[in-house]
Ligand binder design. Structure first.
Ligand SMILES: [Zn+2]
Ligand SMILES: [Zn+2]
Length: 148
């Protein structure tokens, strides 16, 4: 899939034509990170991003003890990709991708959602009912078993 930041300085292709999984996370962290009502994560096998001189990086520790590297366009600030070293998958922020099928998105942390959740969508209210993935999207960015 084609990914592009708002100003068009950073353009890249994902390694697959469809994500392995697509999440919409309604937790407070994702709300803050996006300055929006929720965050979105399209999970892909880890790949190297071109135009790295046009990217800046914000890194932060995760609750699982990893470091999450969050890449964004230096020019327009669009958050594009989240990665952790040693993980086999990464998260491309959904809004920068063309042609995503949002109907397949899995909703997380719906108990703190600010907007209605579609009734037919797969959804999880918080951490306790998700065994495969961690609670927050930014940790979910790196599900170790997404490739089976
Ligand atoms: Zn940009
Ligand atoms: Zn979240």
């Amino acid at each position: 899939m084609e990914a592009r930041c708002q100003c068009g300085s950073v353009v890249f292709k994902t390694p697959l034509e469809k994500p392995l999984a697509l999440y919409i996370c309604h937790c407070a962290d994702c709300r803050r990170q996006t300055s929006s009502a929720f965050g979105t994560s399209a999970i892909f096998p880890t790949f190297s991003i071109p135009n790295t001189d046009l990217l800046s990086c914000y890194s932060r520790p995760t609750t699982s003890g990893d470091t999450l590297y969050c890449y964004f366009c230096k020019v327009c600030g669009t958050r594009l990709v989240h990665m952790s070293p040693g993980k086999n998958v990464c998260s491309v922020k959904g809004g920068c991708l063309d042609g995503l099928d949002w109907n397949k998105a899995i909703h997380l942390w719906t108990k703190s959602a600010m907007v209605p959740i579609p009734e037919d969508a797969e959804s999880h209210s918080g951490t306790s009912d998700i065994s495969d993935y961690r609670a927050c999207q930014e940790e979910l960015d790196q599900p170790t078993n997404a490739l089976g």
